[in-house]
Design a protein around this ligand. Structure first.
Ligand code: KIV
Length: 269
């Protein structure tokens, strides 16, 4: 498994870091087999696998349940798990309790939290030994306020984002995920920080990229933002299901090849 130190070396040597979300055993297994550097158990699972409208409904037990499955599927891949909405920003003692629970129960290698206002919390987690990835720019847990749109589009907002990125690094963050920001700004931030900056909708000047598994393979996706590229097409799975349905109804399945012919105890025939 790659380590945080290795990710920093990759940044220094300008070797791009690949991050992909995964939410269950098979997607994690595939991500590991594909050689992805970092798996993110994102709270985007609220939309991709649970069918919610946003990440806001995702709970701590959802995150723990899915992250444990991911770790079983990809035990040798560095795994980051999202702190869900409501498990941070409420009270500092509760926040820390949730962070410990998530880190301890999932055995993830780092936790990710959204927003620059959490600097103190990042510091507290770091102090007790929990590696934290900070998510800046568009933060899906606050879309009720910000909406899904490009962030930091004014000069002042861009400067604020630069300051926030520096502050979370100083607080101990081991990595930054930067979402939906202009590419030149993302590149500037990546240059200013010593920790890796992983972009999503942030252009190619960051130290790495992250995408959502379901977007990459077009699996059950209703809408894709501009920055998503499809690299495969699992939507053809519907054809397989339709064929199965057809063969059951026509009594064509199971055929000879998929049928036990005689009863031999303890043996297949
Ligand atoms: O939850 C998630 O999948 C994320 C990525 C979009 C970075 O936070």
């Amino acid at each position: 498994m790659k380590t945080i130190k290795q990710f920093i070396t990759m940044k220094e040597e300008q070797e791009k870091i690949s991050m992909l979300t995964a939410y269950d055993y098979p997607s994690a297994k595939q991500a590991q087999e594909a050689g992805i550097d970092i798996i993110l158990v994102g709270d985007s699972l609220g939309m991709t696998v649970l069918g919610y409208e946003s990440t806001v409904q995702v709970t701590m037990s959802d995150m723990i349940h899915h992250a444990k499955a991911v770790k079983r599927g990809a035990p040798d891949t560095f795994t980051v798990v999202d702190v869900p909405f409501g498990a941070v920003g409420i009270s500092s003692s509760k926040d820390l309790e949730y962070a410990v629970k998530l880190y301890q129960e999932t055995e993830a290698n780092a936790i990710k939290m959204e927003g620059s206002y959490l600097t103190e919390h990042i510091r507290n987690c770091t102090n007790i030994g929990i590696p934290v990835v900070s998510h800046l720019g568009l933060t899906p847990q606050t879309v009720g306020i910000t909406g899904y749109k490009m962030q930091a589009s004014t000069k002042e907002a861009a400067q604020q984002l630069i300051n926030d990125a520096i502050t979370v690094e100083e607080a101990g963050a081991v990595m930054v995920v930067l979402e939906a920001v202009p590419s030149d700004l993302a590149e500037e931030i990546a240059h200013k920080l010593t920790i890796p900056v992983i972009g999503i909708g942030a252009g190619k000047g960051t130290d790495g990229q992250v995408l959502v598994y379901h977007d990459v393979v077009n699996y059950g996706v209703d809408h894709q933002p501009k920055f998503v590229k499809r690299f495969g097409d699992f939507s053809s799975g519907v054809d397989a299901l339709a064929q199965y349905n057809k063969e059951v109804k026509a009594n064509a399945f199971p055929d000879e090849a998929h049928t036990y012919k005689k009863q031999v105890l303890g043996e297949e025939s």
